[in-house]
Design a protein around this ligand. Structure first.
Ligand SMILES: Nc1nc(=O)c2c([nH]1)NC[C@@H]1CN(c3ccc(C(=O)N[C@@H](CCC(=O)O)C(=O)O)cc3)CN21
Ligand SMILES: CC(C)C(=O)C(=O)O
Ligand SMILES: [Mg+2]
Length: 275
């Protein structure tokens, strides 16, 4: 059945965990959708895992739209959420609504996600007023990497913890249907999950969140530039892929690929005429 923002809200009330993964292309999204994932995020982590940047700041609207279109074509039942890239919503409420609209209209996303607490609530409110569902994202917010001074766990002291609780409440009040908690101590994430009536989706935020999300290359073991503590590798596909690439190289070099079965036939009398 098609997952909607209503599915997400009901899941919290039913105490049923929500599952999300990132995806950036058609075939990966299709596999996840077939597997029964609730939501797929076209994350701006795209910049790091697909495009090779050191952070997410260079990702553009065009990048996200391009990849969201591909993901949306692969999906039947998952909720497609597109990340609003850096500087597509921070600049003004107007920019936020226009760019959220493009992710829905051109990208075919079902919802958008943007980073921040109290300071972005005017944008969340305006986008929601335009009938576009918004997912919040607080804690470790990678678009603030230069302001924070790295990809670091947030909310470790009392003041910062209180700020995160207030941010979550503000984001809910602004109309978000769900909120990502990234890089937050587990016991603080528990408090936030209890304080808000929208589902919390955790990544490095413990087991009591209403749902979980991971970057798919991380959980498949396909990305090793860095491995956050919160990543569990369900597979080591990177090693398996490298092995397959090596076998292909060896077989082409030694002539065992392609074999006859991989070729196409033509009548011998035609070939004779060509000689
Ligand atoms: N592949 C990938 N996975 C992600 O989860 C991810 C991205 N890329 N790109 C966008 C952001 C950046 N994220 C990151 C990046 C690094 C750490 C990290 O290295 N954390 C360390 C230090 C934590 C600390 O010092 O507080 C860790 O051990 O987890 C965490 C999250 C999460 N997102
Ligand atoms: C890690 C998730 C939450 C994200 O924002 C992304 O992949 O860009
Ligand atoms: Mg992101």
């Amino acid at each position: 059945m098609k997952n909607t923002v209503v599915t997400f809200k009901n899941a919290k009330n039913m105490n049923e965990k929500l599952t999300m993964l990132t995806a950036y292309d058609y075939s990966t999204a299709k596999l996840m959708d077939d597997a029964g994932i609730n939501g797929i995020l076209v994350g701006d982590s795209l910049g790091m895992v697909c495009l090779g940047y050191d952070d997410t700041l260079s990702v553009t609207m065009e990048d996200i739209i391009h990849h969201t279109k591909a993901v949306a074509r692969g999906v039947k039942n998952s909720l497609v959420v597109a990340d609003m890239p850096f500087m597509s919503y921070q600049t003004s409420v107007y920019d936020a609504v226009v760019n959220a609209g493009r992710l829905i209209k051109e990208g075919k996303a079902n919802a958008v996600k943007l980073e921040g607490g109290l300071e972005v609530c005017d944008k969340i409110e305006a986008i929601v007023k335009a009938s576009i569902p918004v997912m919040g994202h607080i804690g470790l917010t990678p678009q603030s990497v230069n302001a924070i001074g790295g990809f670091k766990v947030q909310g470790k002291n009392e003041e910062a913890a209180r700020k995160l609780i207030n941010d979550a409440i503000a984001v809910e009040k602004a109309g978000a249907f769900s909120i990502v908690l990234e890089g937050v101590p587990s016991k603080l994430a528990d408090i936030i999950t209890d304080k808000v009536s929208i589902p919390t989706i955790g990544i490095g935020a413990g087991a009591r969140c209403d749902g979980q999300i991971l970057v798919y290359q991380d959980m498949l073991g396909m990305f090793d530039d860095f491995t956050p503590k919160f990543v569990k590798k369900y597979e080591c596909l990177g090693d398996k892929m490298k092995e397959a690439f090596k076998n292909y190289i060896d077989e082409v070099k030694d002539g065992s690929f392609p074999s006859e079965e991989h070729g196409f036939k033509i009548d011998d009398d035609i070939i004779e005429k060509l000689y």
